[in-house]
Structures are given as structure tokens and as C-alpha cells.
Design a protein around this ligand. Structure first.
Ligand code: NAD
Ligand code: ZN
Ligand code: ZN
Length: 344
């Protein structure tokens, strides 16, 4: 079968031929119907060999959808022919966090060497993929896999963090979204669907600001110094009750911190390497700074229901598998709008 693999540190990914895997006990084999491409892969492929947390070669792709092709011995809750989405942040399944469905915060994953598909285990940018356990798939029903596959990360990650800040986002409050790419453009829609907040979206690209408006942002601003004053003006001087930073670079974490109201959340999701010195007096009273990773299993189920109700729709750019390596080039150059989805 074909797979888009990261073969060697510093080398661009390539389409290669590899054997179709066999599902072992408890495992599922999916025929991949769609695979989303996330900016985090660029961060992973930018890591020097000493800090790369898994061996190469690696089949990329941590947003996966497929049809169950075969199941290994002992699998009874899922059968061949079912259409599913893959819940990616695999955990041990038995620690307290996993018991709550928050496998993204599994207490033992590092110790046990459990890695997500596409981030250590073979991922979804291939004709077939393995899923380690039936609890890591969610029924897709009649949703289009190409439209739905970004829900598994570009949707789930913002849904998780927005739910955690939802208490701050009463009707009349203000939420700021920094970076309206794959995650950010879904975040705008989720804020509209599940909170009463007014949504202000920031980006450095005109096309992303256009997309933000199209998906429901009340206001859009260029992401620069003037945006701090812009948000203050829109909020009568008070600032935002929550800022969601989907870039996470030094300029954006600093910008976000300066837009906060009192008793507000700064949610840092982007892995752009930015850091913030936080101490008494350096941020408004009542500030919470939160750093989140992916989301919970039950949250993915909820999100699929929201999509089924039409409350959230991903803006998708579709590419054939052979163009997988090119998608990364386009993403690096800032030439993807919404989410790129590869279709084998
Ligand atoms: P993307 O490339 O699709 O979108 C990034 C957007 O940010 C683009 O619209 C770009 O124009 C914009 N941007 C760049 N610099 C900016 C700036 N200074 N101010 C405002 N906007 C700016 O990326 P994505 O796939 O949506 O991922 C977003 C970030 O979230 C990445 O850092 C990614 O690694 C990270 N991520 C984190 C998690 C997590 O669990 N914490 C999960 C998925 C992705
Ligand atoms: Zn991701
Ligand atoms: Zn666990």
C-alpha cells in the first residue's frame, strides 16, 4: 500500500510502498477514507534527532477516518464495513484520566511508550491504518469522511479548550481567536455554537480573516500591536473574557495577555514556542493561563453530534494521497485555507 512517510530528520516526507498491516489481537484495520493534515507535523519535522520522541520512518497523519476492513481476535464491539473516525490521543485505558475519557492526559502513556497514530505509531496518510483498540474509534454514520475527519483534531482540540473556558463566556462576553487556520476556523464556529460570546478573530493573512468572517466571527482584526487597542475599543475598555491562541508564538502569547479582561482565561493551544512570565501584577487579577493538548473521547462524540446538527462545518481543501508531501510544503508557505484533507 502507499503511505506518506517521514523517513529521515530534515528530509521532506515522501510517498513510499509498505506492506498492508495485519490487525493483531484487539486491533482494527481501517481502509482509510480521509486523513487531515495538521500544522503540528511541521513542528515535529522541525525537531532535531535528539529530541524527536519516536523512531523513523513514520507514516504521518493523526486525523483519520476509515471503513473497518478487518478486526483482530477478540474485537466484538465494531465490525467490518463500519465507517468510523479515529480518536487519536491514545492512552492506557485504565488510569483515572483515561477512565474519564481524557486519554489525552493519560498518566501512563509516556511510561508505557503509548503514542498516537501519526505521532509515533503509523498514521492515517496511507491506504490502510491500524487502530490499537475499538474504544479509539467513533461511529461516523452517514457523515462525509472528508468533511468530518478534521473534527478529530482541528475540531476536538478547540472544542476541549472552549468547554474549559465556557463558564467565562456568558452572553455579552468577548472571546478572541488568534490564528484562523485549521483549528481556529473551527474554534470560531464552536464559540458561536456553544457560547454566548462575541467572537473577535485575529490573523496575519487576509484570506484567513475572510474565512473567519465567513464562518461567523463578529469582528476581525490584523494580528499586530493595534489589535490590543482594537479589542479594548470593542469591549468598552474591559478586554476579552477568553483569548484562544492557536499560534502560540512569542508575539501572540504576549498580544493575548494584553487583551485580557480581569477574571479571564488565556488558553494557549498553538505550539509556536512562545512563553509568558506570569506573576502577581504582570497580568490582570483573576487571570488563568491554560495549556491544553487535544481532547477527550466523549468530547469527540459530542462534536460529531454538533457536526450532524450542522452547527460546525470544516472548510476543506482536498488532495490525492500522492500530493501529501506537497500539502506540507503548501502549509509551510501559508497556502492552505481551513484544513487540507488527503484522500487515498
Ligand atoms: P494552520 O497552519 O492551519 O493555521 C495557522 C494560522 O495561524 C494561519 O491562518 C496563519 O495565518 C495564522 N498565523 C500565523 N502567525 C500568526 C500570528 N502571528 N498572529 C495571528 N495569526 C497567525 O495551523 P493549525 O493546524 O490550525 O494549528 C494551529 C496551531 O495549533 C499549531 O501550532 C499546531 O501545532 C497547534 N496544535 C496544537 C494542538 C494541541 O493539542 N495543543 C493540537 C493541534 C494543533
Ligand atoms: Zn494535530
Ligand atoms: Zn491512562
Amino acid at each position: 500500500m502507499r503511505a506518506v512517510q517521514y523517513l529521515e530528520v530534515g528530509r521532506a516526507p515522501e510517498v513510499v510502498e509498505v506492506p498492508v498491516p495485519e490487525p493483531g489481537p484487539g486491533e482494527l484495520l481501517l481502509r482509510v477514507t480521509a486523513a487531515g493534515v495538521c500544522h503540528s507535523d511541521l513542528a515535529v519535522m522541525g525537531m532535531p534527532a535528539e529530541v524527536l520522541p519516536f523512531p523513523l520512518p513514520l507514516t504521518l497523519g493523526h486525523e483519520g477516518a476509515g471503513v473497518v476492513e478487518a478486526v483482530g481476535p477478540g474485537v466484538e464491539s465494531v465490525s467490518a464495513g463500519e465507517a468510523v473516525l479515529v480518536y487519536g490521543p491514545w492512552g492506557c485505558g485504565v488510569c483515572r484520566e483515561c477512565s474519564l475519557g481524557l486519554e489525552n492526559y493519560c498518566a501512563r502513556a509516556d511510561e508505557l511508550g503509548i503514542r498516537p497514530p501519526g505521532l509515533g505509531r503509523p498514521g492515517a496518510l496511507a491506504d490502510y491504518m491500524l487502530v490499537d483498540d475499538a474504544r479509539h474509534v467513533v461511529p461516523l454514520g452517514d457523515l462525509d469522511p472528508v468533511q468530518a475527519v478534521p473534527l478529530t483534531d482541528a475540531g476536538l482540540t478547540p472544542y476541549h479548550v472552549i468547554r474549559r473556558s465556557a463558564e467565562r463566556l456568558y452572553p455579552g462576553s468577548t472571546a478572541v481567536v488568534i490564528g484562523v487556520g485549521g483549528l481556529g476556523h473551527v474554534a470560531v464556529q464552536l464559540l458561536r455554537a456553544v457560547t454566548g460570546a462575541r467572537v473577535v478573530a485575529l490573523d496575519v493573512r487576509e484570506e484567513s480573516l475572510e474565512l473567519a468572517k465567513r464562518v461567523g466571527a463578529h469582528h476581525v482584526l490584523r494580528s499586530d500591536e493595534a489589535a490590543v487597542e482594537g479589542v479594548r475599543e470593542l469591549t468598552g475598555g474591559a478586554g476579552a473574557q477568553a483569548v484562544f491562541d492557536f499560534v502560540g508564538a512569542q508575539p501572540t502569547v504576549e498580544l493575548g495577555a494584553r487583551m485580557l479582561a480581569k477574571d479571564a482565561d488565556l488558553d494557549i493551544v498553538g505550539i509556536g514556542g512562545g512563553a509568558l512570565p506570569v506573576g502577581f501584577g504582570s497580568v490582570p487579577y483573576g487571570t488563568s493561563v491554560r495549556v491544553t493538548y487535544w481532547g477527550g473521547r466523549s468530547e469527540l462524540l459530542e462534536l460529531v453530534d454538533l457536526a450532524r446538527q450542522g452547527a460546525v462545518g470544516v472548510h476543506v481543501e482536498r488532495y490525492p494521497l500522492e500530493r501529501g508531501p506537497e500539502v506540507y510544503e503548501r502549509m509551510k508557505a501559508g497556502r492552505i485555507q481551513g484544513r487540507a484533507v488527503v484522500v487515498p
